[in-house]
Design a protein. Structure first.
Length: 183
């Protein structure tokens, strides 16, 4: 079989020589790139401004250890009692009444799920912690002394008493919308 096709054993050798020749051809471009990089490194001078040393921290001792803690419950209760003694205070009447069960929950944890009319009076159904509550106009709910002023088919209107930026107690309207289920 001397005149037949070349043997299969010589093919990998030819393929290896061909790949080496191709890689050798790429080496010249790579060499030029290396020279250019070296030239750029020599020409470019980095301009880095030195960092300023850190400022020295001098700890100061807290000298008011014997003073009243500004966050103490005692100081807060004294301030609330003084506020309640003022004749025009909105909060005075709220502090002297008995709290209702729904005042323990924030408004955003409540959802209105329905409304009904019984004997001509509107009632709303609220879901709080997977329990249903029936409320009417005049009931209190929420943590900001919220009192229900109106119950409609799709919402509950209430007024809350909150502190403004100056620390004054003001009335603020709020609403709870009917929770609609997606079909």
């Amino acid at each position: 079989m001397r005149g037949g096709p070349p043997s299969l054993a010589g093919r990998p050798l030819v393929a290896g020589l061909l790949a080496a020749a191709l890689l050798a051809g790429c080496g010249a471009e790579h060499e030029e790139l290396q020279q250019w990089m070296e030239q750029q490194r020599r020409e470019v001078k980095p301009n880095v401004t030195p960092l300023s040393p850190p400022k020295r921290f001098n700890p100061q001792p807290y000298g008011s250890l014997q003073a009243v803690d500004p966050f103490s419950q005692q100081k807060l209760s004294v301030a609330l009692k003084q506020e309640a003694r003022q004749p025009n205070s909105l909060l005075a009447a709220e502090l002297n009444r008995r709290r209702e069960p729904l005042e323990a929950f924030p408004l955003d944890s409540m959802s209105m799920v329905g409304s009904v009319n019984r004997q001509g009076r509107p009632y709303a159904l609220l879901r709080v912690d997977n329990l249903l509550y029936q409320v009417k106009v005049g009931d209190y709910l929420g943590q900001n002394y919220g009192r229900i002023t109106r119950i409609g088919e799709t919402e509950i209107a209430l007024r809350e008493i909150v502190q403004d930026a100056a620390g004054e107690w003001i009335e603020r309207p709020a609403t709870l919308q009917l929770l609609e289920r997606g079909r």
